[in-house]
Structures are given as C-alpha cells and as structure tokens.
Design a protein around this ligand. Structure first.
Ligand SMILES: Nc1nc2c(ncn2[C@@H]2O[C@H](COP(=O)(O)OP(=O)(O)OP(=O)(O)O)[C@@H](O)[C@H]2O)c(=O)[nH]1
Ligand SMILES: *[C@@H]1O[C@H](CO)[C@@H](O)[C@H](O)[C@H]1NC(C)=O
Ligand SMILES: *[C@@H]1O[C@H](CO)[C@@H](O)[C@H](O)[C@H]1NC(C)=O
Ligand SMILES: *[C@@H]1O[C@H](CO)[C@@H](O)[C@H](O)[C@H]1NC(C)=O
Ligand SMILES: [Mg+2]
Length: 379
C-alpha cells in the first residue's frame, strides 16, 4: 500500500525525470528552465562584466577642454629606472606623451638608487612640457637590510640560478622597493594617484579620457591591463606568510574583497594569479594605509624578498585582493599595452575608439596563462 509520503516521493521523482528528459530533448525547454535562466528572472539579465562596458562618455572631453581642464586628479607618472635605461624609458615616455599626456600634462617622477646623470635628465625633460622631478632613493629603502642572513640569501640566489629560474640571482632590491617603498618616496608624498611606466613598453591606443579621474570618481584603488600566473619557485612560502598574517589580522580584510581572484578554495591555497605590475594605475594612499603597511612589514620580516624572490606583482596583487573591495580593482580594457612578451589589445569597439594599432588577434586576455577569466568570475 502507498503511504502519502511514498506517493509524494514518487510524483517528485516523475517530475524530476521528466524535467531532465525534456531538458535534453527540447533545447528551448532546457534553456527556459535552466538555473541561470531562472536566477535571471529575479536579478534581471546578467549584464556585461563592468569592465567590458566602455568608459562613460562624460570622461571624454573635446581637446580644448582637456587643455584647459575644469578639474584634474592629484596624480603623477612614476618611473623607476637606471641611467642605462634611458633609451627604453624614452621610448615608453614618448608614447605616453603622444597618446595621452601631451594633452593632460600630468607630471613625472623618476626614481633611482643612483643619481641620474645630466644627459639623462636633459633627454627626459626634452620630451615633455609637464613637470619632471628626479629622485634619489634613500639607501635604507633599496639595499638589503643588515638583518638578512647573507649566507642564506646568496645560497638561495645560487640555487635559483642553477635551476634556471628567471631573474633567479637578481632583482631582489627592486622587487622589495616596488612592494613596500616606492609610495614612501619624498617626491611622491604630494600625490594620491600614480601610473607606473617601465622601459620598452608599448601603448597601442589613444587614451582620450583621464584614467586618474576615473579612479578618483569611482573610488578605485588599483588598475591593471594584464594578469597571469606567478612562477611557483619564486614564492614557495609566500602564501603561508599571507595566511599567518590574515589569521591574526582578519579585521583588516575588506568585505567583498577579491579573494576569489587569488585563491580557488577560499584562501587555503594561492592559485598564483597576479596583476602584472609593470603597468599599474593606483592609489598611493591605499599602499600607505594601515592594512597594506602592516601587511608589507610582516612580509618583509619573513625575509622572503631575499631568501626567495618574492615579486612586487604577487605582493601588490594579494594586498589589493585582500584589503580592497573587488569593485575597487579596475581592468583598463581600453588601454592597449605590451610589456614583452604579453600584450592586451582592446577588442571590437574599444579598438576603433582608441585608434589602436595592435593586432586584435594578438591578445593575451583569454590565453591559457592569463588570469583574466578569474577576474571576470568575481562579477
Ligand atoms: N634604478 C633601478 N631600477 C631598476 C633596477 N632594476 C630594475 N629596475 C627597474 O625596475 C623595473 C622592473 O625591472 P625590469 O628589468 O623591467 O624587470 P622585468 O619587467 O621583470 O623584466 P624585463 O622587463 O623582462 O627585463 C623597470 O622599471 C626597471 O627599469 C635597478 O637596479 N635600479
Ligand atoms: C539555448 O541556449 C543556447 C546557449 O545559450 C543557445 O545557443 C541556443 O540557441 C538556445 N536555444 C534555443 C532554442 O533558444
Ligand atoms: C645563516 O644561514 C645559514 C644557512 O642557512 C645558517 O647555517 C646560519 O646558522 C645562519 N646564521 C645565523 C646567524 O642565523
Ligand atoms: C594629494 O594627495 C596627497 C596624498 O593623499 C595629499 O597629501 C595632498 O595634500 C593632495 N594634494 C592636493 C592638492 O589635494
Ligand atoms: Mg620590465
């Protein structure tokens, strides 16, 4: 005899089976009843990820208005370079001037641990009408601290070189400086926003709007164009250090942060995704704030900048992902950019609007080594 309970189960079973049979045999039925479709009924159609929407027209001004702006951001370019990087940085700067800064006239700050030579300064200032300043990095912001065990550090460098790790024996000071000291430089104190530019990069498109004002108005703290995976051998213990820090400082984490970009399991492990920091448009006050300052100090104490080769790209990215809201991290879809060997080339309407000269089929965005699809999934 059928009890009422069994009856209910049987009917439910029949309905579910019918649903599956119909879903497979009748595409329209499947589409109409699919979970994503049903959720859309409640939330409205799934819109484009926010970054794929073009920058609002109000940011585009006629040239006369850009030349006599009613407002400007509190912002500068930052270039960390050696004297020997002159040809490469002139190439980058000339493109920045031609595609953007000829009209906007944001200042430049050049930084170096050695004094810039007079010819360097002359060649650079000849490229622009905007103010240019040249800064000397304080010794203690650049060189390896004395509390680092040099025996251990040099053993690590030799080991990495032996194992063919890229830049295994170099770049420690630079990575640590970019992680925790560039925003502390005297010449940058008067600025809120920065755009980092490296030697020998390419800017493919006209930037006819002010990305700094976009950052300011929309309360963004970090902007990128390319994201990818870090070499695991350069950061064996980084994530352990991050976890220890989080465990004792959970109050510093932002609600609605971008943990999903850097971890696939809610923070247990690092998926090695990072924003490629040779291009950055960011908020200096974010790095200067309590959360990132404590975070960097903690990482620095671990010595991993020297005992391993922690890069400023994963360190910045993890900081931005944890201490900012995910909607404060901006993908500059309309800025065509290349740093060897990867490039972001705007697609479709963004390509024509920027009069870009990159080949749209040469685009790293959804290559297997790119992390952009994880960024998409945040929204
Ligand atoms: N002043 C100074 N700047 C440096 C030094 N090493 C690197 N840089 C700068 O730091 C940034 C990153 O260095 P890069 O040599 O471009 O490193 P990368 O981008 O990882 O590698 P490639 O560009 O592929 O060589 C660039 O702006 C360099 O000019 C250094 O010893 N002194
Ligand atoms: C069902 O959805 C798929 C994928 O979104 C789409 O390609 C297909 O045309 C849809 N079929 C019908 C009959 O609506
Ligand atoms: C420095 O590191 C080496 C190699 O790891 C170790 O043998 C030595 O004890 C360390 N020295 C100090 C003072 O900690
Ligand atoms: C620009 O920003 C810096 C850092 O927040 C601040 O100290 C400075 O006063 C600002 N300048 C102006 C003109 O607002
Ligand atoms: Mg570089």
């Amino acid at each position: 005899m059928m009890t009422p309970m069994r009856y209910v189960v049987l009917v439910l079973g029949i309905i579910i089976s019918l649903h599956y049979i119909l879903s497979f045999s009748h595409e329209e039925y499947g589409n109409a009843t699919s979970l994503s479709h049903i959720t859309e009924q409640f939330t409205g159609p799934k819109s484009q990820p926010p970054y794929k929407e073009p920058v609002p027209d109000k940011y585009y001004k006629p040239t006369e208005q850009i030349l006599e702006p009613d407002r400007k951001a509190n912002a500068t370019f930052v270039m960390l370079v050696r004297n020997g990087d002159l040809p490469g940085i002139m190439s980058s700067m000339k493109q920045i001037e031609d595609r953007f800064n000829r009209k906007f006239k944001y200042p430049y700050v050049f930084l170096n641990e050695e004094p810039f030579t007079q010819p360097f300064k002359d060649h650079i200032t000849a490229l622009t009408d905007a103010p240019v300043e040249f800064g000397l990095i304080p010794h203690e912001h650049w060189y390896q601290p004395t509390w680092i065990n040099e025996t251990r550090a040099s053993a690590a460098r030799e080991d990495m070189e032996k194992n063919g790790v890229i830049y295994g024996g170099m770049y420690r000071n630079m990575c640590r400086f970019n992680s925790g000291f560039f925003y502390q430089q005297e010449l940058l104190q008067k600025y809120r926003y920065y755009w980092r530019v490296e030697p020998d990069v390419k800017f493919f498109c006209d930037v006819d709007y002010d990305p700094f004002l976009l950052m300011q108005d929309e309360k963004k703290v970090y902007g990128f164009t390319v994201s990818l995976y870090e070499y695991p051998t350069t950061i064996p213990t980084l994530w352990n250090a991050v976890r220890t820090f989080i465990n004792s400082n959970s109050h510093l984490l932002a609600a609605d942060n971008a943990m999903g970009f850097i971890s696939d399991d809610g923070g247990d492990t690092y998926n090695r995704c990072h924003f490629w920091s040779n291009f950055e448009i960011g908020d200096l006050d974010f790095w200067r704030g309590e959360a990132y300052t404590k975070f960097f100090s903690y990482l620095d104490e671990q010595g991993g900048f020297y005992y391993e080769r922690w890069g400023d790209a994963p360190v910045h990215s993890i900081g931005a992902a944890l201490f900012a809201r995910k909607d404060q991290i901006h993908f500059f879809n309309d800025i065509g950019y290349k740093h060897e060997p990867f490039q972001h080339c705007p697609q479709g309407a963004a390509h024509s609007k920027g009069r870009c000269w990159c080949d749209p089929t040469q685009n790293f965005d959804y290559e297997w080594y790119s992390c952009l699809s994880r960024y998409d999934k945040l929204f």
